[in-house]
Write a new protein. Structure first.
Length: 202
């Protein structure tokens, strides 16, 4: 994931060509395409339309995501704003590109999987939850973010923000009572079982 450069900036416009349906196959195909353009073939000549990328019929959602989705998500994880949206007439394949099917997930599912994998990778085997400065002051907001990430990693409190906040408060008290400079992810994860009853009582 460290090799994902992310978007360089600006707007990229990409075209995905869906396969022709049965009715369309009865007629002649008046379009041709390359990796970066489509060409309308007509009696008065050809007209070329250029894009940043064109995906031919039969290209799967994985290739589409790797090209137009993953760089935007990688940039967002570095704090770069990004937007992915589909545009086209009804039946052109927008929903298939975004949601896909179980055998070929779309951009939404692949984005979610990438983000959670990136969080896991960044947590690593050890997470420095406590970073005391020379005066012994701790960056509480940084610790809160780390605790929330671990809770999501453990699939805890995902749909209950109040319970998540209660857990964070309990965990902060535990951290404050701990004199170590570093608390590992494993130590925090062990708290879940012992602290869940206290969280539920709050």
């Amino acid at each position: 994931m460290a090799d994902d450069a992310g978007p360089a900036g600006g707007v990229s416009v990409m075209l995905r060509i869906r396969p022709r349906n049965a009715k369309e196959q009865e007629g002649d195909d008046c379009w041709s395409w390359s990796d970066d353009a489509i060409v309308e073939v007509g009696p008065s000549g050809n007209k070329r339309y250029a894009y940043d990328r064109c995906f031919a019929p039969g290209v799967g959602n994985k290739e589409v995501y790797e090209c137009c989705g993953k760089p935007v998500v990688a940039g967002a994880l570095r704090g770069v704003n990004g937007t992915i949206f589909t545009y086209g007439q009804t039946g052109s394949g927008k929903t298939h590109s975004i949601l896909g099917v179980p055998s070929d997930p779309g951009i939404v599912q692949r984005t979610g999987a990438y983000i959670f994998a990136a969080v896991d990778e960044r947590l690593g085997d050890r997470l420095h939850l406590i970073d005391r400065d020379n005066d012994g002051i701790v960056d509480v907001e940084e610790i809160r973010d780390a605790l929330a990430a671990i809770a999501l990693r453990q699939n805890k409190f995902r749909e209950d923000p109040e319970a998540l906040e209660a857990f964070i408060q309990v965990a902060l008290r535990e951290i404050d009572a701990n004199s170590d400079d570093v608390i590992t992810v494993e130590e925090v994860e062990k708290w879940f079982d012992s602290l869940e009853e206290e969280v539920e009582d709050q």
